[in-house]
Each structure stands twice: as structure tokens, then as C-alpha cells.
Design a protein around this ligand. Structure first.
Ligand code: GUN
Length: 292
């Protein structure tokens, strides 16, 4: 059984981008700039945005954070998006989700210039991805594809079962896995809350991608011998033996499933570290007009 080390692979990717950024600076070009918009005080969102800022700094990119109060109106947020769309210093930006209830997320995402949409959430980028055209790919699905590619996992002709149909993970990764590409060329089944005989379907997976949001849902008896298991879940479980008082687990019962899988991603240290690396990669590509 092989543990797919997302932390190591993410570090490799960040090192590659760091070199590319250094080459730009050496050539007297501007460092790529990522901006993030954070509305309100959600602690998890604050942590994510801080990590993104730190990651930029470490690889030589510049960044800025627009912190707006919880009471920001939709119109005010749209004005901030318009400002960032126009700001030539900014190569790419994200609006951290979730947004407060009174703001229409779809409306905000649709206002972002697709050429600066480094989250890959704009309908134009998702449509281009769907058609196999150049696009900013959403970070988590893109990170999963990189993990498979850099771990030399053969996906061609394999049965890939995806658990969960969210807009940011399950649906896009099912498209990427079925595309005529390497990695890709898999036969994909997308499972969700209305799927009949879910456990039987999971058992047929050569590659299982779990993004269902249920702690340790996938057990060893559901998984085929030698399956490749990618765990997108992240859950806090109280654990007083840990310094922080909790530990992290995924959508997969790692302890038992790892004994049966041929390769598996751990939580933490699997898919998670890949997402920031992919955001940085998109920001670099935006700065070099590689997509648009
Ligand atoms: N909230 C959780 N994940 C993400 C992400 O990848 N991008 C943004 N903008 N918000 C998020």
C-alpha cells in the first residue's frame, strides 16, 4: 500500500512555481499578485486567507487581502470585484466563500473577470473545463488530478466512483476524470444522496474519490481490494490526547481502508495541501496570460 503524500507533492509544485517566479524577477518583470476578498469574521475563512497570503510570500508572489465587514452590502462587494477586475497590479483574485446570507454568491462569482478567476468558479471557466478548452481549474479537483499524475496512477479505462456532487469538488472532478486526457479517460460514476445501492456502487470502484462530507463514511468492507482511494473530507474530531484538543479525519476510515487500498491519501496531508499549491499555480498562469 502506498500513501500518497500530498504535502510532499504540494511542496514540489510550490518549488517549481517559486523558480518560475524568481525567473520573472530576474528578468525585471513584476511578481504575480493574488488578491483575496474576505467578508465577515468566519474563523475558518480567516485561517484559509492567512495561509494563502503566507504561501504567496514564501514563493515570491505578492498578495493583498480586502477585509470587509459582515454588514457589507452585495452592491459594495460587487464594487470591490469591479475594482479588482480593473486593477492592473492584480493578476488574479478570489472571493472567499461562504459569503454572508444576505449576499448572492452566484451573482458575485459571475461578476469576476474570468481571466482573473483563479478559483475557477466562474461559469465561463467551468464551461471551458467541461469542453476541454484552456481554463482555470478549481483548486481541489485540479489538485486531485495532480496527485494521481505525480503518483503515476493509471486512470485510463478504470472505473472511477466519485462520492458527492458539489460544484467545487464532486461535479468538476467527475468531468476531469472522464476527459480524454492523461490523467483522465476513466469511466465515471457520480454518486450522491439519491443514489440507490450506494455501497454496491462504491465496491466497483478502481478509483474512489470521497467528497461526501461525512466523517469516516467509507469503510473497508465497501472498498474493492487494491482500489486507489482519494479522501477529500476534512473533519475535526475531539481528542484530548492532542495538544489542540482535536484531530483531523476524512470521509474515509483510513485505519481500515488503508489495509485494503493499493494507494490512499491521508488526512491531513493528502488533498488539503494541494489546494493552495493549485491556487498559486493558477495565479502564476494568470500573470503570464497562459489561459486567456
Ligand atoms: N471556501 C472553501 N474553499 C474555498 C476555495 O477554494 N475558494 C474560495 N474562494 N472559498 C473557499
Amino acid at each position: 500500500m502506498k500513501i500518497i503524500d500530498g504535502k510532499e507533492i504540494a511542496n514540489q509544485i510550490k518549488e517549481e512555481i517559486k523558480k518560475d517566479v524568481a525567473a520573472l524577477i530576474d528578468a525585471d518583470k513584476k511578481a504575480p499578485h493574488l488578491a483575496a476578498v474576505l467578508v465577515g469574521e468566519d474563523p475558518a475563512s480567516q485561517t484559509y486567507v492567512n495561509s494563502k497570503e503566507k504561501a504567496c510570500k514564501r514563493i515570491g508572489m505578492t498578495s493583498s487581502v480586502y477585509r470587509l465587514p459582515e454588514a457589507t452590502t452585495e452592491e459594495e462587494l460587487l464594487e470591490t470585484v469591479d475594482f479588482l477586475n480593473k486593477d492592473e497590479e492584480v493578476d488574479g483574485f478570489i472571493v472567499q466563500l461562504p459569503l454572508p446570507q444576505h449576499i448572492d454568491e452566484d451573482k458575485v462569482i459571475q461578476r469576476i473577470n474570468p481571466a482573473k478567476d483563479v478559483d475557477g468558479f466562474h461559469p465561463v471557466n467551468l464551461g471551458r473545463m467541461m469542453l476541454g478548452q484552456p481554463a482555470f481549474l478549481p483548486a481541489t479537483p485540479h489538485g486531485i488530478m495532480q496527485l494521481l499524475e505525480r503518483s503515476d496512477i493509471d486512470t485510463e479505462g478504470k472505473h472511477c466512483v466519485v462520492l458527492g456532487r458539489s460544484n467545487i469538488v464532486g461535479t468538476p472532478v467527475s468531468v476531469l476524470m472522464s476527459r480524454k486526457a492523461k490523467p483522465g479517460n476513466a469511466t465515471v460514476t457520480l454518486c450522491h444522496s439519491r443514489t440507490n445501492n450506494l455501497e454496491e456502487v462504491i465496491k466497483t470502484a478502481d478509483i474512489l474519490i470521497a467528497a461526501i462530507g461525512k466523517q469516516e463514511f467509507v469503510k473497508a468492507d465497501m472498498v474493492k481490494e487494491n482500489a486507489v482511494v482519494i479522501d477529500v473530507g476534512i473533519h475535526r474530531v475531539e481528542d484530548q490526547s492532542r495538544k489542540k484538543g482535536y484531530r483531523l479525519t476524512g470521509d474515509v476510515d483510513f485505519e481500515e481502508v488503508s489495509k485494503k487500498a493499493s494507494a490512499i491519501t491521508p488526512v491531513p496531508g493528502g488533498v488539503g495541501p494541494m489546494t493552495i499549491a493549485m491556487l498559486l499555480l493558477n495565479t502564476y498562469k494568470a500573470s503570464q496570460n497562459e489561459i486567456y
